[in-house]
Design a protein around this ligand. Structure first.
Ligand code: NAD
Ligand code: WQD
Length: 342
């Protein structure tokens, strides 16, 4: 029988891509999402790509009673991938309690239910934001955690601590926290992708919306950083590649030889790209110009970060494979589909 995996936040950006990869690898998927930052259309996309429509339950994981009903309904659940969270850095500064409530309570509720209903395995969506500006690059998992720049970033740090403490108190618990660098792009079919709410904060959706004519110009935040071209450097990781890492993580958790405990891995490409390199690569592969202007640095931005992925390569047997070129093309194909551009 196929192992059943709960994907919380599974109609969202990374969750929908992960549902596809899980189904492609022969897992059965049930998605829980309250659609606070996604739509049920992703289910159509997942079905078109895989030929399978995952089970879907729409509710808020912060509702513990409702979550109990869910766990009672699915007694064969084998593991959880927990994507559901709020993720807008700026909004978290204005509404910190909204972020602490949603991101922390949802995890606490899940851990409670995992204990009660004996589902010991969870993959947690963490972030490279926990490293702040690392002293040494590329950054390894041994780098110190720095004081978070935002309440959002702090929720990721606290969630990792909650997981670490829970592992100490629940000897059966198996946790893998995946620290994503900058996920970008869309599925190569353009049937699922990112749906930013309002004006995008992140670079690539802003680039694609500017190219599509929705935004008059992209502001490049800073060209006076100590980097080769003066713009800030990040590790942009293809979302479908990222999704595949979750499947290998689930395989590791479900493997009987894997000991209970807490593990964490960087998920990036191992390569840093500057903002200007992203813009120029986008223009080159799509042939579409991006109107941009250099402006001052954005508050809270770090200079440069990219991942040392050796641990994920060796222990998970996973490696990012898609080029920046193909990934930016996938982002553009998704944007064109959303806007009806031929
Ligand atoms: P997303 O907003 O597209 O997906 C999250 C999904 O969770 C949404 O569909 C939303 O409706 C749902 N959700 C939120 N709170 C919920 C709740 N209480 N109950 C039920 N559903 C709820 O975001 P994403 O980009 O796919 O991110 C997924 C995870 O990865 C998040 O935990 C995010 O913090 C983390 N992450 C994202 C990035 C990134 O740049 N996208 C980087 C690092 C980490
Ligand atoms: C990338 C680069 C900007 C927009 C954020 C979160 C982080 C993680 C990923 C969840 C930076 C520059 C951007 C624009 C620009 N999310 N930029 N013009 O800031 O690395 O990380 O998303 O965990 O926690 O903080 O990503 O895409 O916002 O920015 O010049 O209009 O693009 O200054 O150098 P960031 P980003």
């Amino acid at each position: 029988m196929k192992d059943l995996i709960l994907v919380t936040g599974g109609t969202g950006y990374i969750g929908s891509h992960t549902a596809v990869e899980l189904i492609n690898e022969g897992y059965e998927v049930v998605i829980v999402d309250n659609l606070s930052n996604s739509t049920a259309d992703s289910l159509d996309g997942i079905e078109k790509i895989t030929g399978v429509r995952p089970a879907f339950e729409q509710f808020d994981i912060c509702d513990k009673q409702r979550l109990d009903v869910f766990f009672e309904k699915y007694p064969s659940l084998k593991a959880i991938i927990h994507f559901a969270a709020f993720k807008a850095v700026g909004e978290s500064v204005d509404f910190p309690l909204k972020y602490y409530r949603n991101n922390l309570v949802s995890l606490v509720n899940l851990l409670d239910c995992m204990h009660t209903y004996k589902v010991p395995s969870i993959v947690f969506s963490s972030s490279c934001t926990v490293y702040g500006q690392p002293k040494d690059l590329p950054v390894t998992e041994d780098a110190p955690i720095q004081i978070a720049e935002s309440p959002y970033g702090n929720t990721k740090q606290i969630c990792e601590e909650i997981l670490r403490d829970s592992v100490r108190s629940m000897p059966e618990l198996k946790v893998i926290a995946l620290r994503y660098f900058n996920p970008i792009g869309a599925h190569p079919t353009a049937l699922i992708g990112e749906l930013p709410n309002g004006i995008p904060n992140n670079l690539v959706p802003f680039v694609t919306q500017t190219a599509a004519g929705l935004r008059p110009e992209l502001r490049v935040f800073g060209d006076d950083y100590p980097t080769p071209d003066g713009s800030a450097v990040r590790d942009y990781i293809n979302v479908a590649d990222l999704a595949k890492a979750h499947v290998t993580a689930i395989g590791r958790l479900l493997n009987k030889a894997n000991e209970p405990g807490f593990e964490f891995f960087n998920l990036g490409t191992g390569r840093g790209s500057s903002v200007l390199e992203v813009v120029k690569t986008f223009e080159k592969v799509t042939g579409v110009p991006v109107n941009y202007k250099i402006v001052g640095r954005r508050a809270g931005d770090i200079i440069a970060v990219w991942a040392d992925t050796t641990k994920a390569n060796k222990v998970l047997g996973w490696k990012a494979e898609t080029s920046l070129e193909d990934t930016l093309l996938s982002a553009w194909n998704w944007e064109k589909k959303l806007r009806g551009i031929k």
